[in-house]
Design a protein around this ligand. Structure first.
Ligand code: HBI
Length: 357
């Protein structure tokens, strides 16, 4: 706990209302850290797009048109804003009420809140939730890192490295409410894949593993790219795989915990990989490409295996070695490094540094 309670204003991602899964990993991060800050006695207000529903969290719903997802754009694309932009509306609201808070925390992977930073009276902490995707966004992140050192937060060193900042930044890792995940000692003969179904997540590689090993694959997550999914269904007629939909945390962990392993087959530098620590919390080993955040989460040979990126034979070999992994070791690593307690300590440390208490 910091010396005194902080008054925190969290401004959410503009790509979808909280609770819909459209915001991907950053939704879970926002929910977890909000919960933990309230538990620690801080005052908290969340600003999010209309339609956000989330338990008892205090959310101000802002209307407006959603922002298109950054990963669907080209690196050289100009920044685009829809008319009646929910992103602009959320930050206009934050501007109006900023004096009631000590610190504003930005969860959007977007240009506007970074550009607005010097125009605000209150400090803004920017949690950058993905690796580098856009030249215009890279540039404004560099600018804010230079002008406001320490206010840029990342989830992993690999993610930070994609922005080549020479300024100091803060590495938050990530964390989950481990008590939401139930350990399972005896899994079924099945594998899990969890994530937004979109090309950058490389689902087809996991389906290949299911076809080669003849172990059924359970797929969960937001079906973001319909044509990509249809392509996979056509290209792997002999593989045994089943799409279970976008499940709540509790439903998802009920399936994952009974799997022999979670496969992570991402093509891009995954900023962190929340699903990796969710699987570990269930005692489930993680088999992941050695790329991005998961390479800083999985202890090779201890809590899973790190595989040469894009090597399907590497994934298949790791599956054959799963009996070398002790599922209790997986659970223990989630409890020590990735708990809400550990995450809360890192966020408080970041906030206090920015407020230079
Ligand atoms: N795209 N424009 C934009 N803004 C976001 O906040 C955003 C996104 N794409 C994906 C995303 N956020 C989250 O799914 C990731 O941060 C996890």
């Amino acid at each position: 706990m910091t010396s005194k309670p902080l008054r925190l204003l969290f401004v959410s991602t503009p790509v979808g209302p909280l609770g819909t899964g459209l915001g991907g990993g950053v939704e879970l991060t926002l929910y977890n850290i909000a919960q933990e800050m309230i538990r620690r006695g801080h005052q908290l207000q969340i600003v999010a797009p209309s339609g956000s529903t989330w338990d008892s969290l205090p959310i101000v719903q802002i209307p407006g048109n959603l922002q298109i997802i950054a990963q669907s754009q080209e690196r050289t694309d100009p920044i685009t804003m829809p008319e009646n932009s929910v992103l602009a509306n959320m930050w206009d609201y934050a501007r109006q009420i900023q004096s009631e808070y000590d610190l504003i925390v930005n969860f959007a992977y977007d240009w506007l809140p970074l550009y607005l930073t010097p125009f605000f009276q209150r400090p803004i902490a920017h949690l950058i939730s993905m690796g580098s995707l856009s030249n215009a966004l890279d540039q404004i992140i560099k600018q804010v890192a230079k002008q406001f050192p320490g206010t840029i937060g990342f989830h992993s060193l690999a993610q930070a490295a994609t922005f080549t900042l020479d300024e100091q930044f803060f590495c938050l890792s990530n964390g989950i409410d481990v008590s939401q995940y139930e350990f399972c000692a005896q899994p079924k003969q099945q594998l899990a894949w969890v994530g937004r179904i979109s090309p950058e997540k490389g689902l087809e590689d996991a389906v290949s593993v299911a076809e080669i090993t003849n172990i059924p694959l359970k797929i969960m997550g937001k079906l973001q790219d319909e044509s990509y999914w249809q392509q996979i269904c056509q290209n792997y007629p002999n593989a045994s795989f089943e799409y279970l939909g976008f499940l709540s945390t509790s439903q998802m962990q009920q399936v994952v915990r009974e799997c022999r392993a979670l496969l992570m087959t991402h093509r891009w530098v995954e900023a962190f990989g929340n699903v990796a620590i969710e699987a570990l919390a269930c005692g489930v080993p993680v088999i992941s490409y050695r790329r991005g955040g998961p390479a800083e989460i999985v202890k090779d040979g201890k809590t899973g295996f790190l595989v040469e990126p894009d090597s399907i034979p590497g994934l298949v070999d790791a599956v054959s070695r799963l009996d070398e992994i002790n599922r209790h070791t997986c659970r223990a690593s989630a409890e020590t490094e990735f708990s809400l307690e550990a995450l809360g300590d890192r966020f408080e440390q970041w906030f206090m540094q920015i407020l230079n208490f």
